[in-house]
Structure formats: structure tokens, C-alpha cells
Design a protein around this ligand. Structure first.
Ligand code: ADP
Ligand code: TRP
Length: 320
């Protein structure tokens, strides 16, 4: 199977991004032909600061490598390093009904709030379709919020094939495990929009402070508690094996502990969970030329594939 996904470089990754998305992308590099890119062209619809976009894009690639993306196994590249995709986007755009894009939630939500949208946001799903079709992807792992865009992609590819003959592979969305909804420091869904995140690579001391401030209920020390549904327990479970998780569940049910102890255990578990990634990240930060080389190699491989698809599409629709 050919797997592909794009990651928007819009901020520092947090625990929710890792357990909800990044980890699952990286797992799919095993046993598949995998393409992952940093979606800098999409980020341009929100990040309007050149230095910040450049840095975020580089950092996103660095994070993926630190977290285990293996450039020998998967092709890692910057979206904008493959100009063929933007050209393919135009070919698709000429056959995209306005109504299809008007129904897409990113644009619709913005419009309903009375905000003005630009053409970039409006046509965002078409660029995303070009991203997917350029590489003949079979499987696209995405969060639930992106499934609508894969449907758009299938529609556009299907109607192009219908008009011009077999050109594109119709992809399938692989929705990420919805049960992996990671709670934030306030117990609500962790999200950078709620200011309740703990980042993967923040300073361990700062992370520890945030962990110690995670909200808890006012349960008396001696009272036993059901662990399921408790967000502190949920967070702890992400970082430990079965034996430690069960021991923690037993402690909850027995009672007689302070939340401070659990928070400390959580901070220790999280720190050791990301220790290797942190070490790998530090090595990459010290060697930016290596990261650039990986991205450059990735771009060569990605362009080769995208150029072949673009040529096929151009020929079929009468441009060559
Ligand atoms: P944020 O909500 O912080 O803006 P994004 O919308 O950029 O995060 O999310 C990027 C990816 O990470 C998406 O695929 C999303 O499903 C996943 N994700 C984000 N927050 C969580 C969370 N709290 N639990 C599980 N997955 C999450
Ligand atoms: N729009 C996606 C997101 O915000 C990122 C993305 C861009 C993408 N192009 C893609 C994801 C192609 C999958 C396939 O998460």
C-alpha cells in the first residue's frame, strides 16, 4: 500500500498531536511505501510571517525525525519543494464545482462567523487533493476533521477519470483512533486553541510545572476512586506499560494517596517516554545540514513520482 499524509507546521507539537496523530503516521512507515510532507503551502493560509513559516516548517521535519520517522523507510519532504503539485492543483480546479467547496467546513465555518475568507482557504481542499493524487496514494491517515477533504479528493479524481480516462488512484481515508482523545491540563481535549497543552519537547522543568498544575477534583486523600474517566489516569496510561497502568488503577481503587504523587509519576513517565526522541532531536538541531539533506533527498524522490502523475494528467486532458 502507498500511504501519504501531510502535517501542517502551525505550532509546537503537543501530547495530543503525538498520541492522536504523529505516532500513528510513523507506525505506518513499516510495511508500506510511505510519503510524509510538511504542508507549508497550506500553512501559508494562516502563517503570514516568512521567518516563522520557514522555522516552523524546518522544526516540524525535525520533530518527525526525532520521533522516529526513518528517512530510509519513508519519503519526507516539504510540500512546496514539489511544484508539480501546484500545477496539478490547477488541472483539478478547472473541474471543481463551487458548491463542493462551499460545503467544506473550514471555509463554511469562517463564513458563518462573518469573517472574510480568501481564495486560498476556499480552494484548500483542491490543493490537498493534488497532494494526495500526485503520489497515487492508496491510504491517507488523517484526523476526523480532514475526512471531508478526502471525500472531495475522491470526487475530483473520480470525475477527472470519468471525463479524461483512468488517470488517478482513488484514495481511502484512514481515520486515526478516535478513542485516543488526549485530555489537556484542564481535563478538556488538549488543543493549542484552549491553552491547555503540554508540548513534547518543551523544557522538562516547564513541562513538570504544567503537570503539577493539572486540574483535579477536591477528593479527600483517603477516598478510593474509579480510575476510568479520570484525566490524570488517562494521561499516565499513555506513557506506561500494562503492569504500571494496572498498579496505578489499583492505587486509585485503594485510595489514600495525594494527587501530587500521581502527577510526579506522570511527569517521570512522560520524561522517560520522550527521552530518546529528545536526544535524537538535540543531535539534529546541532546538525541542520543533515535535516536539509534529508528534505532535499525526499524532494527528489517525491518530485519524480509527482512529475509522472502530472505528465499523465496533462496528456489525458489535452495539454500535451
Ligand atoms: P490543535 O487542536 O492543538 O490545534 P491540530 O488541530 O493541529 O491540533 O491537530 C493536528 C492533529 O493532531 C489532528 O490529526 C488531530 O486529530 C490530532 N490531535 C490534536 N489534539 C488532539 C487530542 N487532544 N487528542 C487526540 N488527537 C489530537
Ligand atoms: N490539511 C491537513 C491538516 O490540516 C494537512 C494536509 C495537507 C494533508 N495536505 C494533505 C493531510 C494531504 C493529508 C493529505 O491536517
Amino acid at each position: 500500500m502507498r500511504v501519504l499524509s501531510g502535517i501542517q507546521p502551525t505550532g509546537r507539537p503537543h501530547w495530543g498531536n503525538y498520541f492522536g496523530a504523529i505516532r500513528q503516521y510513523i507506525d505506518l512507515q513499516h510495511g508500506n511505501e510511505a510519503y510524509y510532507f510538511v504542508a507549508d503551502l497550506h500553512a501559508l493560509t494562516t502563517v503570514r510571517d516568512a521567518a516563522r513559516l520557514r522555522q516552523n516548517t524546518f522544526d516540524a521535519a525535525l520533530d518527525l525525525l526525532a520521533l522516529g520517522l526513518d528517512p530510509e523507510k519513508a519519503v519526507l519532504f516539504r510540500q512546496s519543494d514539489v511544484p508539480e503539485v501546484s500545477e496539478l492543483c490547477w488541472l483539478l480546479m478547472t473541474g471543481t464545482p463551487m458548491g463542493l467547496l462551499e460545503r467544506c467546513h473550514a471555509y463554511k465555518d469562517k463564513k458563518e462567523k462573518g469573517l472574510t475568507a480568501d481564495a486560498g482557504l476556499f480552494t484548500y481542499p483542491v490543493l490537498m487533493s493534488a497532494d494526495i493524487l500526485a503520489y497515487d496514494a492508496d491510504i491517507v491517515p488523517v484526523g476526523a476533521d480532514q475526512v471531508q477533504h478526502i471525500e472531495v479528493c475522491r470526487d475530483l479524481a473520480g470525475s477527472f477519470n470519468h471525463q479524461f480516462g483512468e488517470t488517478f488512484v482513488l484514495p481511502k481515508a484512514k481515520t486515526l483512533d478516535a478513542s485516543a482523545k488526549v485530555p489537556g491540563t484542564d481535563g478538556e481535549k488538549m488543543s493549542k486553541s484552549y491553552d491547555n497543552t503540554i508540548e513534547l519537547f518543551e523544557d522538562p522543568k516547564a513541562a513538570r510545572k504544567k503537570i503539577m498544575r493539572i486540574t483535579t477534583d477536591a477528593r479527600p486523600m483517603e477516598e478510593p476512586k474509579e480510575p476510568d474517566g479520570d484525566h490524570l489516569y488517562q494521561l499516565y496510561s499513555l506513557f506506561v506499560g500494562d503492569a504500571e497502568r494496572e498498579a496505578m488503577a489499583a492505587l486509585y481503587r485503594r485510595g489514600g494517596f495525594g494527587y501530587g504523587e500521581i502527577k510526579k509519576a506522570l511527569a517521570d513517565a512522560a520524561e522517560s517516554f520522550f527521552a530518546d526522541a529528545r536526544t535524537r532531536r538535540a543531535a539534529l538541531v546541532a546538525d541542520p545540514a543533515r535535516v536539509e539533506q534529508i528534505l532535499a533527498d525526499g524532494a527528489v524522490r517525491a518530485r519524480k513520482k509527482a512529475a509522472a502523475t502530472l505528465a499523465r494528467a496533462q496528456k489525458n486532458c489535452g495539454l500535451r
